[in-house]
Design a protein around this ligand. Structure first.
Ligand code: PMT
Length: 227
């Protein structure tokens, strides 16, 4: 049996980009490689959890012992996450979900004609907000990619989105974050007295950052249980 602080727990993690189809051969997406989410999945497993990794399209192999569910669009990701979180203790939203999808997906390849054309986009569901505000919500961790006033936004998001922790990515340095093997972030959470706490995780391999996030989560869980 697995040992570690998450033994007996089910942790659901989203990773990678989503792909929003335009027509049968085209889509909207972003540069997320999935590396950060996969590193979290591997470390959560190593620390004893049963792990479901809901993954957008990536080049990565599923970490050993982790159950991967493959999805493409944000709507598919939401559906897979909702199915997986029914018995989850923790939900970690690491995916770079497209905020918008096409209002209508063309059934045939769109032909070029006019010099200018437009795509109509509609908002995608917010997967993290949907899970965090649902009945019997698991403990939720969100990622944030802010460039300024990080602490202010983090505190607001913790409250508004009902999150246990926010991992704020340092996006001012393009050599980390999206697609890189390294990352740097600041974690924000509220202590038992409701005070905002923060911890800087300086630049390190994503596997190391993932372990630090999960160790902080385990500590938070032990406080929550004690109070
Ligand atoms: O995949 P890598 O190449 O390793 O890169 C990792 C990363 C930079 C993508 C990752 O560390 C990261 O920061 N992921 C979240 C990026 C993001 O899209 O942030 P956001 O500000 O758009 O979203 C905020 C939070 O809400 C995130 O937890 C996101 O997963 C979640 N969200 C957003 C939109 C949406 N429709 N549903 C969501 O669940």
């Amino acid at each position: 049996p697995q040992q570690g602080p998450f033994r007996g727990q089910h942790i659901v993690i989203t990773a990678g980009p989503t792909r929003e189809p335009i027509d049968p051969v085209r889509y909207l997406s972003n540069h997320s490689s999935g590396k950060m989410g996969y590193a979290l999945a591997a470390q959560a497993r190593r620390l004893g959890a049963r792990v479901t990794l809901v993954s957008g399209p990536t080049q990565l192999a599923a970490p050993e012992g982790v159950q991967r569910v493959d999805v493409e669009s944000a709507e598919e990701m939401l559906e897979a996450v909702q199915a997986a979180v029914t018995d989850a203790d923790v939900f970690i939203a690491c995916a770079a979900v497209a905020d918008y999808r096409l209002a209508t997906v063309a059934e045939q390849k769109i032909k070029k004609s006019a010099d200018r054309t437009q795509l109509e986009l509609v908002r995608n569901p917010d997967i993290l907000a949907t899970v965090a505000t649902s009945d019997n919500a698991p403990l939720c961790i969100g990622f944030a990619a802010e460039t300024q006033e990080v602490a202010h936004y983090a505190e607001d998001k913790l409250k508004r989105k009902k999150l246990a922790m926010i991992a704020a990515n340092d996006v001012s340095d393009s050599s980390i974050g999206f697609n890189s093997d390294a990352n740097a972030m600041t974690l924000f959470w509220h202590d038992a007295q409701g005070q905002l706490q923060q911890k800087d995780l300086p630049r390190a391999a994503k596997s190391h950052i993932a372990e630090a996030i999960l160790r902080q989560l385990a500590q938070l869980q032990s406080h929550t249980r004690a109070s």
